[in-house]
Ligand binder design. Structure first.
Ligand SMILES: [Zn+2]
Length: 240
């Protein structure tokens, strides 16, 4: 058992609600908590919405991934940053609140982001996530983060990625006392296979990594959600 904060943050994007829910027992077996960035909440069935609520009830985080999944740079050719907030953020958050889902984390569709959107979105969320193929960007300190980058683990459909790479990244997080952040979409044969997810959680647990939900990475040293940028000293530890 470690109190260092070294860990792994596993996230999923879009709205594969039932596949995500199907991994509930795997997460439970390893005491793992994941983050699910849901997109198009307005188009989900009542049952899917309550299934997300059930994931939250089991300790997972439900994040936010816009309503219509726009590519930000395309959207901003026609509309303003305020339009993005008014159309893609505010109505979806209001709808989710009716289901006791109040996302504090946002994930950019297509990993297409810019600083003016970052600034506007950080008025609504504690932490923002995007993705990149550059592995150097996937590691962050355990606390005080506002914008983080993740690496892909859709192993069944991403020939660039392997279990061996993941194993070495998990060890790197442990060695550096950092958190490695991942993202996938589906769970199963067109995303991260259930067996791979199981193996990865087992590996993380064996190495002694903590499983962080993404908003935990935004916490300050006092374990309060950080509203303003906080200077952090990662030599301190916080028990979540
Ligand atoms: Zn997406």
């Amino acid at each position: 058992m470690t109190s260092s904060g070294a860990g792994v943050c596993i996230t999923f994007d879009d709205n594969y609600v039932y596949q995500w829910h199907g991994a509930k027992d795997i997460f439970k077996e390893y005491g793992a908590r994941a983050t699910f960035f849901v997109g198009g909440f307005h188009s989900l069935s009542e049952h899917q919405r309550w299934t997300l609520r059930d994931l939250q009830w089991h300790g997972h985080e439900i994040g936010y991934h816009t309503l219509s999944h726009p590519k930000a740079s395309d959207f901003l050719k026609q509309f303003s940053v305020q339009d993005y907030i008014d159309r893609e953020i505010v109505p979806g958050l209001a709808l989710m609140k009716n289901y006791n889902l109040q996302p504090t984390a946002f994930c950019y569709p297509f990993s297409d982001r810019n600083e003016s959107l970052d600034r506007a979105l950080l008025h609504h969320f504690q932490i923002l996530r995007w993705g990149s193929a550059d592995a150097k960007l996937w590691f962050c300190p355990p606390f005080g983060n506002r914008v983080v980058c993740a690496g892909n683990i859709d192993l069944a459909v991403n020939p660039e990625r392997s279990m061996e790479q993941i194993q070495s990244e998990l060890h790197q997080a442990k060695d550096e006392n950092s958190v490695v952040i991942y993202y996938a979409h589906r769970i199963g044969e067109r995303g991260i296979p259930y067996l791979v997810l199981d193996k990865m959680c087992q590996m993380a647990k064996d190495i002694g990594l903590q499983f962080h939900t993404i908003s935990e990475l935004a916490a300050s040293l006092t374990n309060e959600p950080s509203v303003t940028d906080a200077m952090t000293d990662s030599s301190h530890s916080v028990i979540f």
